[in-house]
Design a protein. Structure first.
Length: 317
């Protein structure tokens, strides 16, 4: 069997991720940081294997669909350096869009939620895959084929950026240069993404570049005064791997059934998570707006209290 340069590169990168994961596990246990638990780690592995099985099942269809669309390419980039630069940038942007849809459309959130369901955050959390994403991911990447990129190159670029995305799943503090943190996704950025704090919901969607989030208003820095709590705003009671995959589908089905009108049923499917026809639950943007207003009011009250204290001191001085 002959191995191509791409095969060797991907294998080396995956091997690097595995080695780093084992190193992080060792230091977690050696320093008693409790970043890992057996149950959570095995659930991550189960979900990764499930996604791999579906990926393998969809691999041929994905390849041929991309190759078919490649026939209708609008242009072709001949310079190899420009070709790969544009491919990586375009693929990373389309991933940002795919990821954002996964957070803002509840039907897609029902599939993506598995990746956010852990209350732990470590390198194996990156393996906690969106199991059903391979069924629809290719449709978000079709523009790349029309842009003149081959199916094999698109899939290779995705693998490389996916590996980078795995590496930022860590709680270890790493000091990057300011320019790097402005351009690229860092572990700090991605810790925010996995938080269930209201301030952090639906933020930092990028895989490699954080620039997309800065450009489109989904960026949020990690703040020391708002310590991160990992997981979902409402954790499922049953954290078994099967329920982790299907619990949001079950909740979505129940909400659709109770919706009084056809349009409300449609809105439950395509509106952001948290939307409800009777206002009993709220979407993240509304909760964040309320948090901002509460913080602004608290600041005003503190200033008012300070001024009152100053006036009192002045009158008795």
């Amino acid at each position: 069997m002959k191995y191509t340069g791409s095969d060797i590169s991907v294998g080396a990168l995956f091997g690097f991720v595995i080695v780093l994961t084992l190193v992080e596990m060792y230091f977690s246990y050696a320093h008693d940081r409790k970043l890992y638990t057996k149950r959570d780690t095995w659930t991550n592995i189960y979900l990764m294997v499930s996604a791999i099985v579906i990926n393998l099942g969809m691999k041929t269809a994905t390849f041929f669909l991309l190759e078919y669309c490649y026939q209708f390419r609008l242009f072709q980039i001949s310079n190899i350096w420009i070709y790969w630069t544009v491919l990586i940038l375009a693929q990373d942007f389309l991933y940002w869009f795919l990821h954002t849809v996964g957070h803002y459309v509840r039907f897609f959130w029902a599939m993506h939620v598995t990746h956010h369901s852990s209350e732990h955050f470590n390198l194996t959390t990156g393996f906690r895959s969106t199991v059903f994403e391979p069924l629809y991911r290719v449709f978000f990447y079709l523009p790349l084929a029309f842009m003149g990129f081959t199916a094999m190159d698109i899939l290779f670029a995705y693998l490389v950026t996916q590996i980078y995305g795995n590496l930022v799943h860590t709680q270890y503090k790493i000091n990057f240069p300011k320019w790097y943190e402005y351009v690229f996704v860092t572990p700090s950025h991605h810790r925010v993404h996995h938080a269930s704090n209201v301030r952090y919901l639906d933020k930092n969607m990028g895989m490699v570049l954080i620039l997309w989030d800065r450009m489109f208003g989904t960026f949020q820095a990690e703040l020391p005064e708002d310590e991160i709590k990992y997981g979902l705003t409402t954790q499922p009671k049953d954290t078994g791997p099967v329920n982790i995959i299907f619990h949001e589908f079950i909740a979505l089905t129940a909400d659709v059934k109770k919706a009084p009108t056809f349009m409300d049923k449609v809105k439950y499917l395509f509106n952001p998570p948290g939307w409800s026809h009777d206002g009993s639950t709220k979407i993240a943007k509304i909760m964040q707006q309320e948090l901002h207003e509460a913080e602004e009011q608290a600041k005003k009250n503190n200033i008012k209290d300070f001024n009152e204290t100053q006036r009192t001191l002045s009158s008795t001085g």
